[in-house]
Design a binder for this molecule. Structure first.
Ligand code: SF4
Length: 412
């Protein structure tokens, strides 16, 4: 969106540096709290400059058309598919001085809308979106309603973009989407993701391919064998587990069991000796008894992942889980979350300590000064943060360094 406004001749200013004439809020709706925050920000911006045009876009806008129609602070509200024409709709408002609400039914969309250049680029890596939408309908999640059904981006468009990026000197691509494992299924291709990765692997100039969050079930024997042949694939996989208890997983409407998950973990570890596995866990899902939580705890202790992102369940209006009986008390969620975060920190430190004395290849990103010492920061291909004491300029270079010390969050 920034790029579209720039191309149309608008000047972009930082929200905290002065007063703008147009404010765009890319809203989130993942929890009830995100909805509230989205509304608060929109109101605050109108207070800041009553003359400004306030625009709500994104997922909250997508699912809250009526609320936005009734909010006097909003001048323009657009759904996720209409974002690509944002400049047009803002200019329409300027011309007609009439509130513009353009939020179409996203559930009927069947094609990935290519927004032209949609990449988010950091200094050394580019985030490439390959699909939108999700057909899974996990019982706690609003995303299928806000993002619609699975729509995959055409492989040619993805490959062309990555080729262009590689020519600009970017070495790493991160493959993302709402449900990456579904890539290609809307084209009737069950092997869509692995075929795409094979093609990306052959693009010259790209040194690393990183996968965003992945549903464990996609890692079948065949997928694994084909993946293992891709030299540029990073040995870091984020596999969303959500719960280590089969009964809870069933209520969550997740489509795998803990034993299937465990098999995937074992296969990956067998294939890649240095693999780094991370996950997301929800604690305090409705009906999660002490016994169920203990199963999750024991399962996680057994499979010992590098890092766990722990979320306390938060009911989202409009999802099945929000109206399930036996909602869990906040203090219980807090205590369970604490236990898993402690386990995660311990696992991370243990893994990092095992790296001491080893030589690792790092893609350096930027500098940081800590206690008067300058470090160059970067990541190994398996996504361990490395801080390397040096005076050299290392930005965007891949270099081997020896690990001397380990901390919880990084190695030095
Ligand atoms: S797979 Fe992910 S995006 Fe899809 S419904 Fe489940 S949690 Fe939401």
């Amino acid at each position: 969106m920034t790029q579209k406004f720039q191309e149309a001749g608008y000047e972009i200013i930082d929200m905290n540096e002065g007063v703008a004439e147009i404010y765009i809020v890319n809203t989130c709706t993942v929890t009830n709290m995100s909805d509230r925050k989205s509304r608060q920000v929109l109101r605050r911006l109108k207070d800041k400059n009553g003359e400004a045009i306030v625009v709500a876009v994104g997922c909250y806008a997508q699912v809250a058309k009526q609320e936005l129609e009734e909010m006097p602070e909003i001048d323009v509200a657009l759904g996720n598919e209409e974002k690509k024409d944002i400049v047009h709709y803002v200019e329409k408002f300027v011309e007609e001085k009439n509130k513009v609400i353009q939020i179409d039914d996203i559930s009927i969309q069947r094609e990935f809308k290519d927004m032209g250049q949609i990449t988010y680029t950091e200094k050394t890596r580019a985030v490439i979106k390959i699909q939108d939408g999700c057909n899974q309908f996990c019982s706690y999640c609003i995303i299928p309603y806000a993002r619609g059904r699975v729509r995959s981006r055409k492989a040619e468009s993805i490959l062309e973009e990555i080729t262009q990026i590689s020519q600009k000197g970017i070495k790493e691509v991160v493959i993302t989407g709402i449900h990456v494992a579904s890539y290609g299924r809307d084209f009737g291709n069950e092997n869509g993701l692995i075929e795409l990765l094979e093609k990306i692997n052959s693009i010259e100039g790209i040194s690393r391919i990183r996968l965003g969050s992945l549903e464990p079930k996609i890692i079948t024997e065949e997928f694994m064998q084909r993946l293992a042949k891709l030299r540029k694939m990073c040995h870091h996989f984020h596999l969303s587990l959500q719960s280590g208890c089969d009964e809870t997983l069933k209520r969550m409407n997740r489509k795998y069991t803990t034993s299937e998950f465990k098999r995937v973990v074992e296969n990956l570890r067998e294939q890649y000796k240095d693999v780094n596995l991370t996950t997301d866990i929800i604690v305090g899902f409705p009906g999660e008894t002490e016994e169920e939580f203990n199963k999750t705890y024991e399962f996680l202790k057994q499979i010992k992942l590098y890092k766990m992102h722990v979320f306390q369940y938060s009911p989202r209006k409009g999802t099945r889980a929000a109206s399930m009986p036996n909602q869990i008390d906040g203090n219980v969620k807090e205590a369970r979350s604490k236990m898993l975060i402690e386990m995660s920190n311990k696992n991370q430190l243990e893994y990092n300590e095992k790296m001491v004395g080893k030589n690792v290849e790092v893609l350096f990103e930027d500098k940081e000064t800590q206690d008067g010492i300058t470090y160059y920061k970067g990541h190994t291909q398996n996504y361990i943060l490395v801080k390397h004491k040096t005076r050299e300029e290392l930005e965007n270079l891949i270099k081997k360094v020896e690990v001397l010390e380990a901390e919880e969050e990084y190695v030095k």
